[in-house]
Design a protein around this ligand. Structure first.
Ligand SMILES: *[C@@H]1O[C@H](CO)[C@@H](O)[C@H](O)[C@H]1NC(C)=O
Ligand SMILES: *[C@@H]1O[C@H](CO)[C@@H](O)[C@H](O)[C@H]1NC(C)=O
Ligand SMILES: *[C@@H]1O[C@H](CO)[C@@H](O)[C@H](O)[C@H]1NC(C)=O
Ligand SMILES: *[C@@H]1O[C@H](CO)[C@@H](O)[C@H](O)[C@H]1NC(C)=O
Ligand SMILES: *[C@@H]1O[C@H](CO)[C@@H](O)[C@H](O)[C@H]1NC(C)=O
Ligand SMILES: *[C@@H]1O[C@H](CO)[C@@H](O)[C@H](O)[C@H]1NC(C)=O
Ligand SMILES: *[C@@H]1O[C@H](CO)[C@@H](O)[C@H](O)[C@H]1NC(C)=O
Ligand SMILES: *[C@@H]1O[C@H](CO)[C@@H](O)[C@H](O)[C@H]1NC(C)=O
Ligand SMILES: *[C@@H]1O[C@H](CO)[C@@H](O)[C@H](O)[C@H]1NC(C)=O
Length: 593
């Protein structure tokens, strides 16, 4: 989603740029502003690209036409030099960056993000010639190797983005669908951070997420000394070591700090961050923060995102916020922070997204949890706590806007779960590593607005309760890695809106269930919107029902390792949309004609 959105955004920006340029020429003058040598460089660059995706092709890039009107190209009004090349997300593929680009020495803005440069290394020299550059964006464009030293000579740079992002950090990533995590198999390497930034005094935004900085020296002092005007610092997953130096407190204009996923930082929480009055985003998840969290309030009224999750040695209490706080996201799961006093929730009126472990509430229940009325997304982990997770939901009686809930490591009793079942606005529920009983699961039948239900690695005795058939708005139903026995209730045929049905047993637990004879009910034929049906590692010994052939929209049908027997239903020939069929490791016969 995020990716498509960004591509679209870049495309629109390009369109907008083109529109302005064409308007500038609406007076009917036919003079070519474009300089021939620059047009030639652009055409040489075009030759190095192949195009694999809409909207590109760079068809407007034609010899003999005004290059200032070409897609993604911007010129200065007065001299007609090419000052901007915005080709982000244009679906370009190239075996590396053609050095012709370095002849465009008037460039101020260069954006090649989200294209595919074939894992090639950037030219070792050339960037230093683009001395007027103010914005350089090469993020997610599949370059790798050493960052060329020429970039450190671009003294006019305001914004530098060489990041590779592998988490989708958009607001919605917690909700309906799992955030997409791509494995980084290519990476920039920065041999010396101080050399890179020493002359970039004008830099306001620095994104180097995913760049290997493990051998690039004392990043912290280099930042503090060289980049006094920095507003955005984003160095997640850079293999940074600690400490976070005191001199970083000079960068008090910072509005966003992201140091996530640098496991070796191993520092105490830098208290001076709490004094940065314009700070809006502070992401320090999984940085191995140690010791006590400062016992004081955040000064910033602008703080929207605070993510300290996954720092298990961080002790103490959740910070105070001013009553004018605009905090929207607070992630504290995997820490040892808890609430100091009842009532501390009172300054979280704008909180939309919250995660914590139940240990959080090891004190008395806060008196005013109702203040969480604007909460949209909640993630709760029980982890070793005596406090019943159900009790927490009974305190939070007023979660009338909660849409997304993730629960993990919980042990529910029916009474405790019934408070979850009262969360009427819930659209998305994920339960993982919990212990559930059949009566507990039956309670789910009250959550009639659910769009997505996912249950992972849970223990539940017995079969899937028929109450699941009550959830007629479900689009996605996934039950994976759980230890259960059949049958799939025939009420599943009521889930007429289902797009994806996935039931995967716990791998390896076959034998313990030998003998339970379970089949897919023929009511699945009712699920006419189903696009994907996957049932793996289950203990089904019946036939695959003919009704499967009624699922006309099916693109994926995977029924493997389930002990199905009998004939492969002929009706499968009617599945004209199918692109993935896997019936392996069953005892089937017959042929598909
Ligand atoms: C660089 O481009 C990517 C993708 O087009 C975009 O998301 C990102 O915000 C850009 N970086 C900067 C600093 O503008
Ligand atoms: C915070 O932002 C305001 C408004 O943009 C600006 O005037 C002020 O100087 C900033 N403060 C710091 C410490 O940078
Ligand atoms: C929050 O503020 C209250 C009262 O102002 C104070 O008693 C408490 O210790 C503070 N908690 C933290 C964690 O700073
Ligand atoms: C916030 O707190 C201040 C004093 O601490 C008080 O004067 C003000 O009325 C409070 N504002 C709100 C909206 O509660
Ligand atoms: C959390 O911190 C307390 C000290 O405040 C300590 O006694 C306890 O063992 C810690 N718990 C975990 C899970 O680290
Ligand atoms: C779950 O809770 C029940 C009592 O409510 C208890 O008997 C059982 O041992 C607990 N199971 C786990 C895995 O903690
Ligand atoms: C199914 O939902 C209805 C409300 O639409 C509710 O009255 C009924 O009790 C639910 N049944 C089960 C088994 O949860
Ligand atoms: C199948 O769908 C029909 C409506 O088309 C509904 O009446 C029936 O109850 C469903 N059957 C099952 C088994 O869900
Ligand atoms: C395929 O569908 C048609 C009509 O939808 C039906 O008449 C035919 O029997 C089906 N074929 C099989 C093999 O089920």
């Amino acid at each position: 989603m995020g990716l498509i959105f960004r591509v679209l955004l870049v495309f629109l920006v390009v369109l907008a740029a083109l529109a302005t340029i064409s308007n500038a020429h609406g007076d009917g003058t036919l003079t070519l502003r474009c300089h021939p040598d620059e047009a030639a460089s652009l055409l040489q660059l075009k030759k190095s690209f192949s195009f694999f995706r809409y909207p590109s092709g760079l068809e407007s890039w034609q010899d003999g036409t005004d290059c200032c009107l070409w897609e993604g190209v911007g010129c200065s009004n007065s001299f007609g030099h090419v000052t901007a090349l915005e080709l982000g997300g244009c679906g370009l593929y190239s075996q590396g960056l053609d050095p012709a680009i370095f002849k465009l020495t008037s460039l101020q803005l260069l954006d090649l993000s989200m294209n595919n440069f074939g894992m090639h290394i950037l030219p070792a020299s050339g960037f230093e010639r683009l001395s007027l550059l103010t914005h350089l964006n090469l993020s997610n464009s599949r370059f790798q190797g050493k960052i060329p030293i020429g970039i450190s000579k671009l003294v006019n740079l305001i914004s530098l983005d060489l990041s590779v992002s592998y988490y989708d950090t958009t607001e919605d990533s917690l909700s309906d669908y799992d955030s997409s995590i791509a494995i980084i198999s290519y990476v920039f390497w920065l041999p010396n951070f101080q050399n890179l930034v020493a002359n970039l005094k004008n830099l306001r935004e620095l994104y180097l997420d995913g760049v290997d900085m493990s051998s690039s020296g004392d990043w912290c002092h280099a930042l503090a000394e060289s980049l006094p005007d920095l507003r955005v610092l984003s160095l997640s997953s850079c293999f940074l070591g600690g400490p976070i130096c005191w001199s970083l407190s000079r960068l008090h204009s910072l509005t966003a700090i992201n140091l996530e996923d640098n496991f070796d930082i191993l520092a105490t929480f830098p208290e001076f961050f709490m004094d940065f009055s314009n700070l809006s985003v502070l992401q320090l998840a999984r940085t191995n923060l140690q010791g006590w969290f400062p016992r004081r309030a955040f000064e910033s009224k602008t703080l929207r995102v605070l993510d300290l999750s996954g720092n298990q040695d961080l002790l103490g209490h959740v910070p105070n916020f001013s009553n004018a706080s605009s905090l929207e996201t607070m992630m504290l799961d995997g820490t040892n922070l808890s609430f100091a006093k009842p009532g501390s929730f009172s300054n979280f009126k704008s909180l939309k997204r919250l995660s914590f472990d139940v240990i959080f509430f090891s004190v008395d229940p806060p008196s005013s949890l109702d203040i969480l009325g604007s909460l949209r997304q909640l993630q709760v982990s029980q982890v070793d706590s005596a406090v019943d997770v159900g009790a927490i939901f009974s305190w939070m009686s007023d979660l009338q806007n909660l849409q997304s809930l993730k629960l993990s490591w919980c042990n529910f009793s029916q009474t405790s779960f019934s408070s979850v079942a009262k969360l009427k606005s819930l659209r998305s529920l994920t339960i993982s590593d919990c212990s559930l009983t059949r009566p507990v699961l039956s309670t789910l039948g009250y959550l009639v607005d659910l769009r997505s239900l996912e249950i992972f690695n849970c223990i539940f005795s017995g079969s899937i309760p028929s109450a699941v058939g009550n959830l007629t708005n479900l689009r996605v139903l996934k039950i994976n890695g759980c230890d259960f026995s059949g049958p799939i209730p025939s009420s599943i045929g009521n889930l007429m809106n289902l797009r994806s049905l996935e039931i995967n047993g716990a791998y390896g637990s076959f034998d313990s269930h030998a003998g339970s004879s379970v089949a897919i009910p023929s009511s699945v034929g009712n699920l006419s919107n189903l696009v994907s049906l996957e049932i793996w590692y289950c203990f089904f010994s019946g036939q695959i029902p003919d009704a499967v052939g009624l699922l006309k929209k099916l693109a994926v049908l995977r029924l493997g390792q389930c002990g199905f027997s009998g004939r492969i239903p002929n009706s499968i020939v009617n599945l004209t949309q199918l692109i993935d069929l896997d019936l392996s490791s069953n005892v089937l016969n017959g042929k598909i004609v």
